[in-house]
Design a protein around this ligand. Sequence first.
Ligand code: ZN
Ligand code: ZN
Length: 212
Amino acid sequence: MILKKYKIDDRFETNNYLLIDEKGHEAVLIDCTGNFVEIKKELDKYSAKLKYILLTHGHFDHIFGCLEFKDKLNPTIVIHKDDKIMVDNVDIQCNLFGIPVFKMPKVDAVIDENSKLEFGAYDIDVIHTSGHTPGGVCYMIDNKLFSGDTLFYENVGRCDLAGGNFNEIVHNISNKLYTLPKDTMVYTGHGENTTIGHEMENNFYVNKNSII
Ligand SMILES: [Zn+2]
Ligand SMILES: [Zn+2]
């Protein structure tokens, strides 16, 4: 599997991840904030079709590239059912955060923790990790965890925005992510990669609060 990380050099610095099954000629993009030309070039290199845009949650800084990809490549846009409302009301989010309103295509498919998706030869497992947003998810693909704004390198996503809940994020990380093998690579929504083992040792926010 080919795995590429993309980031736009703006104030949000959201990570997007392109995963390509080079034998099955299918790909998925995890979160979508642009870099269309570079990503299209990579897809073409492997004659791969972009099957899904897998959104980790509904915040504007993870979705504002979707329109161009939808128009030009027609992937299925996927989000957890509890965050669909955020995508459907992106104008409200933009006004709240003081950024220009952008157009967002309709979500094509809503998922929950029991959803089974796949691309090429790979299964996509959905782990519902509310706390940053109600419908925040992590995706597990090929033993790699894509953690969105749930788990960062020695940090967690902020819980003070609408729908956030600090106890929930700590509970979900402790019970659903820390049960994964320690050497599981974690590809985060912002900042650098980490591993489950590193976070179990060093994540002050989770480890200090996980007893409550
Ligand atoms: Zn977020
Ligand atoms: Zn974010």
